[in-house]
Design a protein around this ligand. Sequence first.
Ligand code: HEM
Ligand code: SF4
Length: 584
Amino acid sequence: MSEERKPAANEGIKTRSNYLRGTIAEGLADSSTGAMSEDDQQLLKFHGTYQQDDRDLRAKRRKHKLEKAYSFMVRIRVPGGVVTPAQWLQTDLLANRYANGTIKLTTRQAFQFHGIIKSNLKRTLKEINQAAMDTIAACGDVNRNVMCNPNPYLSEVHAQVLKLARDISNHLTPQTRAYHELWLDGGKISSGEEESEPIYGKTYLPRKFKITIAVPPSNDVDIYANCLSFIAIVGDGKLAGFNVAVGGGMGSTHGNQATYPRLADVIGFCTPEQVVDVAEKVVLVQRDFGDRTDRKHARFKYTVDDHGADWILAKINEYLGYELGPVRPFVFEDNGDRYGWVEDRSGNSHLTVFVQGGRVLDTPSYPLLSGLREIARVHDGDFRLTANQNLIIANVAAANRPQIEKLLGQYGIQDSHLKSALRLNSLACVALPTCGLALAEAERYLPDLLTELEEIIEENGLRHDAITIRMTGCPNGCARPFIAEIGLVGRAPGRYNVYLGGGFAGQRLSKLFLESVPGEGLKALLAPIITRYAKERHGGERFGDFCIRAGYVAATVQGADFHQNIQPEAFAKALQIGSIPPTP
Ligand code: HEM
Ligand code: SF4
């Protein structure tokens, strides 16, 4: 018996919103509360902001019968991750003027501000736009920030590829004038004028949509974790075109077998001229066939799984009116960043700076925010946000490098060579105190856990051996933990699900090794595995590969398999924390 399922509540909110206006203007003007109405909170995401509250303060405020300490997270889109020094300075200024004095560099090459109160929200968005940046479609059921490998040193085709990332981004930006009206004092649309959203329509997409462009051998943007990706194919120094990958995604819900992370399928090839068209048509396929009844089943990855990759390819071809070509060979080596200075053929230099958890701030021992401000004042190249929450001070002219190096020294910034490769390959999502979905700490806890794990790393001589480790506060997976070699995913306060066996280049999902491990048990749990890896690995064998070969986890195939097959022997071994023989 087939039953007609009701559209999800958000579909009604979108339909009624008059192209994302809702009652946002009225809500902003209401000074009796720091919050916005439930419906407007959903619409605000499309404008690039999430209502949050400081969870550290909840209990105290409840006791004093105060409303929650509401504030707003604001996300600035940075297509391809490239900003000018002037834009960096404006971001820094706004972080100090309206937010909590810090800038978060996100895992999708965006800036995030935290702690902006409602009465400052409009000013913040307006002043972001004054620096030629925006926040529209940074969140919400639309195409989000388009990512692109940010390292100009890595490829001669970089400028071309970056331009395409920006073209896709512009093409898929919502057309509604609500954004200008609400935040930029743009005139109201007159009653006779028709507004239209040619690509999205009134109800936009079923859920968020994520696009990336990678330039092999680097998979830093993690193409397998995104809805749609383009993999640059370069021959004789020229851009031949792109392989097209569809249907990747991370989010899952603990204990819900119908939700799972999924790796993208590489389904075809297109020329550089076709890229924007292909992006549009893939978005249209998801607009028309994505599940609008269940938001936990609405991402493009489920559309691909429900219909099959072949059906999706045929549908994309049909929408295009031509066929994607056969997939071309490509090889990814890693999904991390390459630290330190590199010089390109033009003589310009680029420095990748490690930013712990992507959080740019000043502490007494490490005034990173101030140092970068001074650098931005004299820098005549650009800054690039990496997909690994780091920062590239890019395109430093030879003549300018000495003064940049002097500032780096003065502020103690250039020290990535002193850090363990484990730390340099770590990611942490925001989680507590701002993220309303966090079940456990991530960004505030991972640095300390890494310090503990570094003891084992040092004991085993692994300081320079990269192992990817990623922690999130919940299984939504914002820091892409399910493709890390070690994934730690919040289960409850202080407890983490431990996933092992992800591919070093982000090409394989990890698998659940042990559930709900207390934070203080993580070192003991991982120590024997890391020790065995140091002693028993084959030449060049990666940690994730070793975890599978040594039988700690089985390789995950795809889809719902992710939740199954928690190997009983692995459990048995793991439960004897500390008593696993380090080496036979
Ligand atoms: C159901 C799925 C998801 C939901 C509901 C969700 C929701 C959120 C929320 C509320 C935040 C704000 C946290 C804060 O700043 O306080 C956030 C941050 C973020 N999310 Fe998600 N998220 C989901 C999945 C994902 C996935 C799969 C990715 C990427 C693969 C992603 C990428 C990000 C990024 C880049 C940030 C910024 C902070 C960071 O770099 O960690 N999200 N997400
Ligand atoms: S992974 Fe979960 S806890 Fe972390 S930022 Fe995303 S939604 Fe919040």
